[in-house]
Design a protein. Structure first.
Length: 279
């Protein structure tokens, strides 16, 4: 298998790449000169000094197998702070004035400092009595796709790549995203709602880190795909098993533990970068 060094930046042709000049012997630009691809040996590594220079210019980079996007058959994504820009539960909590309290728990869970299932139940319990109207308000007025997400979804459809959303968030949002954007499958946690109000409880099994990885594997097998034909992307510690279960795991603006576990880290760019890593 051949490998490539890939660099990404919106104005890459204007960036200072002099430190890489001895390496860039067969480099070629792609995607309107926002991406540079250079064949390298499988054991090629960038020095820490060069990595620091690239990061100073907000250039995303990775050494990866030289694959075409069409080589994949499934892309599995987290929702909160990955496909969308917000943490839904934090924005719901804003409706009852406890966003700071819930955000603190969310942050600790995403860093892997708290058990995800326990932290989720604790956060949901704080929402007891909140009107369902606040959920709709979050979806209509606050929720937005991450930069480049719509372009990525369109690229998946163009190349016949299934898109599965697997979230530790809530079905209220994943189901609406599925309907609006034509996602192939979605899985998330189900809030219990009675008399138009949240009860502070969840129904069914928790979609935690292990469930995310299991659902990825199950759908991959149903599609008859090999592990290397799957891309997974996420930002939190509960995405790590899912990233490792995929052929290519991508950490998107992620926590340090998640980034360390991934094959690729997108630190600066949008979700369009996911498509652009590949031919």
């Amino acid at each position: 298998m051949s490998f490539v060094l890939v660099l990404q930046h919106p104005q890459l042709a204007s960036c200072d790449l002099t430190a890489l000049q001895p390496v860039l012997t067969l480099a070629s630009y792609a995607f309107d000169q926002t991406v540079l691809r250079q064949p390298v040996a499988a054991d090629f590594c960038l020095t820490e000094t060069i990595q620091a220079r690239l990061q100073q210019q907000q250039i995303d980079y990775a050494v990866i197998p030289d694959l075409a996007f069409a080589d994949f058959g499934l892309l599995v994504s987290d929702m909160d702070s990955t496909l969308i820009t917000i943490e839904c539960i934090d924005e719901i909590a804003a409706g009852v004035g406890i966003k700071a309290e819930i955000s603190a728990i969310t942050e600790r869970a995403m860093r892997g400092e708290l058990d995800f299932a326990q932290s989720l139940r604790a956060r949901v319990a704080l929402l007891k009595g909140l009107s369902q109207h606040h959920l709709q308000r979050v979806y209509d007025d606050i929720l937005t796709l991450s930069p480049g997400a719509l372009w990525l979804l369109q690229a998946c459809q163009q190349h016949h790549i299934r898109f599965m959303l697997v979230s530790g968030g809530f079905t209220y949002f994943t189901e609406r995203l599925q309907q609006q954007y034509g996602l192939d499958r979605t899985f998330a946690n189900q809030l219990v709602i009675q008399n138009d109000c949240l009860t502070g409880t969840l129904q069914g099994d928790i979609i935690d880190a292990e469930a995310k990885a299991r659902l990825l594997i199950e759908y991959r097998q149903q599609l008859g795909l090999k592990p290397q034909q799957v891309i997974a992307m996420g930002d939190g510690a509960n995405d790590i098993p899912m990233l490792k279960a995929a052929g290519i795991g991508i950490a998107y603006h992620a926590k340090p533990r998640t980034e360390a576990a991934a094959d690729i880290a997108i630190r600066f760019g949008g979700l369009d970068c996911v498509r652009k890593w590949f031919r």
